[in-house]
Design a protein around this ligand. Structure first.
Ligand code: G3I
Ligand code: 9MR
Length: 584
């Protein structure tokens, strides 16, 4: 694709000379800029030879309030397409604006806003998305804000699957495991992904407790003294506690045997199962409960005691069962009914052992947990030796960041912090040089994969906020803002990837709750993003445009689960980024 774009560009140079070009699109953060934030837009131009565009910005009354020139033309490093950057950061007056570039008429999708706290409503809606994901309860007004529905999946009669059978709970035992959040576009509940999500969630709270303490989410628990953000998390944490077996082990997931249809939750009748206990589930559970026992200490001592005990029991089970991996095809050979829903499989649990041991070390102060964490850290370093950003299947960074934030050992911290800064620097350098998005994200083919908007972009912004907290260096705050600019519109597709926001929002997510609701798409959900692997094309015949480049391999099309699903682990990184910026 890149080669074709270069050829076409050269042809354009030969044929047209291309002195001026009327761009076909301007890509800009469609939600808003804070007055003192760096403000840039990316302008499509016709070819590499295009001269810098003359740019004018109009206020809401159509009056020209800023004019200037865009940069020299750059080639998008992923697609090879010619683009320019215009920097209008000197415009700081709050208001609504439209941008004109190389053309007489304002370009419709080049609207933007400058305002104080431009990410406050986005943070609120990204958090409220979890209220909509609640299983086992009616979603009612005034909390539903237009998206009320009946409860689905009471999950008070869940069967123990053969893979999870024990003497005390043989196959077919009925247990109660209500509540919690649906994982994503589907109606299942997964411990591994819940654990990762709770880790990011509770660490985000600890970064800005006053900010979240003041944030009203208009949920049923809003009248209680505990911050709404923690009350929402508790709805999932209490479900997680019901997934611990009598021996301390933790079931990998609660699921129907096969994915449900795109029907309302209250219409769903399929039998639901708890499926085999795994080492990863036990450790993600242990880390979550140890972290929760620390964070909720000011609000609920009884819960904290319960969570601490559950964490220790799960960690002990994992020590006794260190290599029980979730291998769905292998499980289905041995046990029936076959389970074909999401796997969240993970065949290396040193990172989960590390994270759980760190959280227990911080909670209890016991040296044995820190010693265990150190041992697992050595194995991780020998295995891949490079800094790895955390995702649901690789959580070591959560332990590392939490240790940085809570460790007293300044000397040890100094060494640790360098690892984070060294990892981030190449991305910051790129944002300054070749990036046509002016973002530390979106500049490499490897930036694009299933869930990349979260696992690549939002999370990189959150990592920059940790670096900013540790150093106070403004370059990290700016990089975090640039990551959010990318998500909100300054990207190769021109989409604002958050439902209900921007002039060109994701509107048809792979999301059973949205698809089956009379009001349709629920707001505040982050779409997975461009994914050149296109796994949905192979299995479900989803049609992507031919030869589309990696950074445009995205379909705002409900069946496209590989590019357009929404999930709890993606939304948590979205609000961790937006809240982290809004709180500054
Ligand atoms: O991380 C690598 C990246 O380094 C590499 O460049 C790229 C291309 O090879 O692959 C990346 O790994 C991808 C991984 O997602 C990233 O997290 C894998 O290819 C891809 O298969 C994997 O997809 C997972 C997907 O389930 C299929 O297993 C997603 O992470 C995961 O979020 C998704 O989870 C599903 C649940 O099973 C069910 N509920 C919905 C949820 C979201 O779609
Ligand atoms: O809806 C399912 C989504 O949550 C999963 O991420 C995805 C991959 O596991 O699978 C989706 O379900 C599809 C199934 O895999 C194949 N048949 C069509 C289903 C709905 O799109």
């Amino acid at each position: 694709m890149k080669r074709i774009a270069m050829i076409l560009t050269s042809a354009c140079i030969l044929l047209m000379g291309c002195k001026h070009s009327a761009p076909n699109q301007v890509r800009v953060n469609q939600v808003g800029f804070a007055p003192d934030q760096e403000k840039t837009a990316t302008i499509d131009v016709c070819c590499a030879k295009a001269e810098p565009c003359e740019v004018t910005i109009l206020d809401a009354e159509g009056k020209a309030v800023w004019s200037g020139k865009a940069s020299e033309t750059m080639l998008n490093p992923v697609s090879g397409k010619p683009r320019q950057i215009v920097d209008f950061s000197e415009l700081t007056q709050a208001g609504e604006y439209t941008l004109k570039a190389c053309s007489k008429e304002p370009i419709a999708d080049a609207r933007f806003v400058i305002a104080e706290h431009p990410y406050r409503e986005l943070t609120r809606k990204a958090l409220r998305a979890f209220y909509y994901q609640r299983a086992s309860m009616d979603i009612v007004e005034p909390y539903a804000e237009g998206y009320e529905r009946k409860a689905g999946h009471p999950d008070d009669k869940v069967l123990v699957h053969a893979s999870a059978a024990t003497a005390e709970r043989p196959e077919g035992t009925v247990i109660s495991s209500p509540g919690g959040w649906y994982d994503a576009g589907d109606y299942n509940k997964y411990i591994v992904n819940s654990g990762y999500t709770m880790g990011v969630w509770l660490m985000a709270y600890e970064m800005n407790p006053e900010y979240f303490g003041a944030l009203n989410l208009n949920i049923p628990e809003s009248a209680q003294p505990v911050p709404d953000m923690l009350a929402e998390a508790m709805y999932n944490i209490r479900w997680m506690l019901t997934m611990q077996d009598l021996d301390g082990g933790v079931y990998h997931k609660l699921t129907e045997a096969n994915f449900e249809g795109f029907i309302r939750p209250d219409e769903c009748q399929k039998t639901r199962y708890v499926v085999m206990k795994t080492t990863a589930a036990a450790l993600d559970f242990a880390a979550t409960m140890a972290l929760a026992a620390r964070v909720y200490a000011p609000f609920d001592q009884d819960f904290c005691a319960q969570a601490k005990e559950a964490a220790i029991r799960a960690y002990t089970w994992a020590q006794e069962h260190p290599e029980v991996y979730y291998d769905q095809p292998k499980m289905n050979e041995e046990y029936k009914p076959e389970i074909t829903t999401g796997a969240y499989d993970d065949f290396d649990v040193h990172d989960e052992f590390y994270w759980a041991a760190i959280e227990l070390a911080i909670l209890t102060g016991e040296k044995a947990y820190k010693a265990a964490a150190t041992e697992h850290a050595k194995v991780i370093a020998e295995a891949n030796g490079q800094y790895t950003p955390s995702v649901w299947g690789n959580v070591a960074e959560l332990g590392y960041l939490d240790w940085l934030m809570h460790s007293e050992d300044e000397a040890k911290n100094k060494i640790n912090m360098e690892a984070l800064f060294e990892y981030l620097q190449p991305f910051l350098d790129e944002a300054e040089s070749i990036s046509v998005h002016r973002s530390p994200y979106g500049n490499r083919e490897s930036d694009f994969f299933w869930g990349c908007n979260s696992e690549g972009c939002c999370w990189r912004g959150v990592e920059c906020l940790y670096a900013y907290r540790l150093t106070g260096d403004d370059k990290y705050r700016k990089a975090a803002e640039q990551c959010l600019n990318y998500i909100l519109g300054q990207n190769a597709t021109g989409y604002c990837y958050v439902t209900g926001f921007g002039t060109k929002p994701t509107s048809h997510p792979h999301h059973r709750l949205s698809f089956s609701h009379p009001k349709g798409t629920h707001p505040g959900f982050l779409a997975g993003g461009p994914n050149p692997m296109r796994q949905d094309a192979e299995t479900d015949g989803v049609q992507y445009p031919k030869d589309v480049p990696a950074d445009e391999s995205y379909l705002d099309y409900q069946p496209s689960y590989a590019s357009n699903e929404v999930t709890i682990n993606w939304n948590v990184t979205l609000f961790a980024l937006t809240a982290g910026l809004d709180a500054l």
